[in-house]
Design a protein around this ligand. Structure first.
Ligand code: FAD
Length: 449
């Protein structure tokens, strides 16, 4: 008889992890606190409840990174994708699902599996022994959150994300922007040029502030901020406090010289900082925001140098419990300080239903292999699942780590193809072709064991 795998949280990630492990012959217990203990966003006691939109986003596995993630999960007998496909609603190129039928069907499939039991209870402490996966999501209960913080240190488990928009590096106009760290600080040339700077004159700054003040914003959900939110102001709130506030905050122009126009002193500067080791993504420093997505794109494109920017992700601030995975997890998703515990889902610092389910799939397979006495290495970083796990356990900057959704900026580049917008279609096809081959290899290697 194999050891039991315990999974805390029966959301998108926990359900997928349980399915994968049970299909590999491992007995599983899911510990799910709902409906006894509620969250502010979940409405039912069902497993895999979709708390907000009913979309799994693009289903295009040739031209879209999240579509590729769908494809990879389907190839791996993913429960979440199978049931999403069965309850699909018409939505053009996107995969939208009937949310109630979807969660009910996941619950039914899990409870009907002979190797899976579901205990409706809240787990409040970190388990000392046994094989565990923590997949408690963005709304991890307070007591468990505190127990995790005690283990990891308070600065390595966040209760809010404060996401600044992230731009694809090759869409920044470098005839306007220039690379320089403030006051040329840094030991190496690379450090002295770690930031990209977009200059604004007074008129451009005033237009930008007007656009920020007028933009459509979202509100926090009721109960979302209770007892937690402690600062990290959205840029539009800073602008509301005074038109000059941003110019003395994240947009201050000091210590910088425009290499394109050294004689011109900028009135304000927007800085972008490298967001991944590959150097393909840059985040706009200090630009966390509650503006709606359409408004963000419109406002950020008024920044000189970003007129043609493409965004790998837009900004946001949400209640979101997540680990500083680059420092805390190994590449097998285990907590370095307690390797009997894995983490999966949104709590690892990925963002979104699909990404969370994919991290559940991976953790379930890795835990099952370990219980069966094998080691399962992560998939290649050129696959969508591999790109995500590589990012959160090593590729991302640990100091500024914020939740990430899957995007081609996380993929190692394919060399010899045209960059920028014009080469995009061929480049994306090359990424997805390469990923499909490597993902199939990864699955095939497990099948022969
Ligand atoms: C308000 C809100 C809106 C969102 N909107 C979207 C959206 O529109 N699209 C999107 O893609 N993503 C959205 N997300 C992110 C979304 O939550 C994740 O994409 C996805 O649900 C994460 O899956 P998960 O399995 O990691 O967490 P969840 O699906 O949240 O599952 C975690 C489970 O763990 C349980 N749990 C927590 N603590 C304990 C404990 N101590 N003991 C036992 N059980 C516990 C919870 O009850 C829950 O069932 C939203 C998140 C929030 C908070």
């Amino acid at each position: 008889m194999m050891d039991t795998l315990h999974i805390i949280g029966g959301g998108l990630a926990g359900s997928e992890a349980a399915w994968q492990a049970a299909q590999a012959g491992i007995p599983v217990v899911i510990h799910e606190m709902r409906p006894k203990v509620e969250t502010f966003a979940h409405k039912t006691g069902d497993l895999a409840e979709m708390v907000c939109s009913n979309s799994f986003r693009s289903d295009d596995s040739e031209q879209n990174a999240v579509g590729l993630l769908h494809w990879e999960m389907r190839q791996a007998d993913g429960l979440i994708m199978r049931i999403a496909d069965a309850h699909r609603l018409p939505a053009g190129g996107a995969l939208a699902v009937d949310r109630e039928a979807f969660s009910a069907a996941v619950t039914e499939a899990i409870t009907a599996h002979p190797l899976i039991a579901v205990d409706h209870e809240e787990i409040t402490a970190l388990p000392d022994n046994g094989h565990w996966i923590i997949a408690t999501g963005p709304l991890t209960s307070n007591t468990l959150g505190q127990a995790i913080q005690q283990e990891t240190g308070t600065d390595r488990l966040a209760f809010f994300d404060a996401i600044a928009p992230i731009v694809y590096a090759d869409t920044i106009d470098m005839s306007v922007a220039w690379a320089q760290s403030r006051y040329d600080k840094g030991e190496t040339e690379e450090e002295r040029k770690a930031y990209l700077n977009c200059p604004m004159n007074k008129d451009q700054y005033e237009v930008f502030i007007d656009a920020l003040l007028a933009a459509d914003k979202t509100e926090f959900h009721e109960g979302e901020t209770a007892g937690y939110f402690d600062g990290c102001l959205p840029i539009e709130v800073m602008a509301e406090r005074g038109r000059e506030t941003l110019r003395h905050g994240p947009m201050k122009p000091v210590g910088l010289t425009n290499t394109h126009k050294p004689e011109e002193k900028a009135y304000a500067v927007v800085q972008l900082r490298r967001d991944n080791a590959l150097g393909t993504l840059y985040n706009i420093v200090g630009f966390q925001t509650k503006m709606k997505y359409a408004a963000q794109t419109a406002v950020f494109k008024t920044i000189p140098g970003l007129e043609n920017a493409s965004f790998a992700r837009l900004g946001g601030i949400h209640r979101n419990t997540f680990l500083n995975s680059p420092t805390l997890l190994d590449d097998r998703m285990r907590l370095r300080s307690r390797p009997n515990i894995r983490f999966a889902g949104q709590v690892t610092g990925v963002e979104g239903y699909v990404e969370s389910a994919a991290m559940g799939l991976l953790a379930g397979r890795m835990a099952a292999a370990e219980i069966a006495g094998r080691d399962l290495p992560p998939p290649a970083p050129e696959t969508a699942t591999g790109a995500l796990i590589t990012h959160i356990t090593g590729g991302a900057e640990a100091k500024t780590f914020q939740p990430m959704n899957v995007n081609f900026g996380l993929f190692p580049p394919v060399h010899g193809l045209k960059g920028g917008r014009r080469g995009r279609k061929d480049r994306y096809k090359a990424y997805t072709d390469r990923a499909k081959t490597l993902w199939t290899d990864w699955l095939d290697a497990q099948a022969v064991l």
